[in-house]
Design a protein around this ligand. Structure first.
Ligand SMILES: NC(=O)c1ccc[n+]([C@@H]2O[C@H](COP(=O)([O-])OP(=O)(O)OC[C@H]3O[C@@H](n4cnc5c(N)ncnc54)[C@H](O)[C@@H]3O)[C@@H](O)[C@H]2O)c1
Length: 271
């Protein structure tokens, strides 16, 4: 097993990609601290891991809250005394209903051969609270967990941090200015920290998935999904297992020569 005796923290691991990563790390022998905003979701994944013979602990917390993150680290470190892998995966996509309606109208206009006349009205209508919450979860959350992880990893002179970005942070996603900006910030943060700590034996990389079949995309209407598939050369959504495989690769020693990189499993959506 590639991660025997190691300890991993996965944030937002109660669902979708994070859950798949937590399970994959556990199969490779890691003890997994399962974080989520929703207690029951974290507990359910812990049960799943234990049922399969692995070791896991639920550490629910809002990663946007720096003090809650400090408490979460104190809690699992007091029992396991180390952290080797941190996956900053917690995330949310807030799509206003009128933006979704406008996306549908645009998809219909494109399907009819264009031109696209409907404005999305995303950037000029987004509320301050939504903008800030998106940044708080993705950017502040990634920063809070990285800060706590480095306190341990710098002393041990070893560690791997994996930040969940998105193709939205590379190419931009119309309708999600907050999400795209936050994911771009995660990529910049990844590279800065990678440069800072490489000489201490700590690697920091990002994953920028394309569209993956999870509850995050639940609000997307069928016509918008069809438009996404039409722009994805592989012609399908990604699976959570495919993203977990990328995370596992960045978590173990096969990727020892990689730091500050953005790995993008996206079915060819972005090249
Ligand atoms: N699904 C996709 O198409 C896709 C594509 C690119 C990137 N991503 C990114 O992958 C990550 C996982 O997304 P997913 O698709 O599995 O979504 P998901 O909704 O299935 O899971 C996200 C999890 O994060 C948790 N969470 C949200 N805010 C949190 C907070 N403040 N603190 C702790 N936990 C919190 C949620 O409760 C949920 O369990 C996110 O960062 C997302 O932006 C997803």
């Amino acid at each position: 097993m590639k991660l025997e005796d190691q300890v991993a923290l996965v944030t937002g691991a109660g669902s979708g990609i994070g859950r798949a990563i937590a399970l994959a790390l556990s199969v490779e022998g890691a003890r997994v601290a399962v974080n989520d905003l929703i207690d029951e979701s974290a507990e359910a994944v812990v049960k799943e891991i234990r049922a399969a013979g692995g070791f896991a602990m639920a550490v629910p917390a809002d990663v946007a809250d720096g003090r809650a993150v400090l408490k979460m680290f104190t809690r699992f470190l007091s029992e396991w005394d180390r952290v080797d892998v941190v996956v900053n995966n917690a995330g949310a996509l807030f799509l206003e209903p009128h933006v979704v309606t406008n996306m549908q109208a645009q998809a219909a206009e494109r399907a009819a051969g264009g031109p696209v006349r409907t404005p999305l009205e995303a950037t000029r209508t987004i509320e301050d609270g939504v903008w800030r919450r998106t940044f708080a979860i993705h950017v502040d959350g990634t920063f809070h967990c990285t800060r706590e992880a480095l306190k341990v990893m710098e002393v041990r002179r070893s560690g791997r941090i994996i930040n969940m970005a998105s193709i939205a942070g590379i190419g931009g996603l119309a309708g999600s200015p907050d999400y795209s900006a936050a994911k771009a910030a995660v990529i910049g943060f990844t590279k800065a920290v990678a440069r800072e700590v490489a000489h201490l034996g700590i690697r920091v990389n990002a994953i920028a998935p394309g569209f993956v079949d999870t509850p995050l995309l639940a609000d997307l209407p069928a016509s918008v999904r069809a438009a996404i598939l039409a722009q994805t050369p592989c012609g399908r959504l990604g699976t959570v297992e495919e993203i977990a495989a990328a995370a596992l690769f960045l978590a173990d020693d096969r990727s020892d020569f990689m730091t500050g990189q953005v790995l993008s499993p996206n079915g060819g959506y972005s090249m």
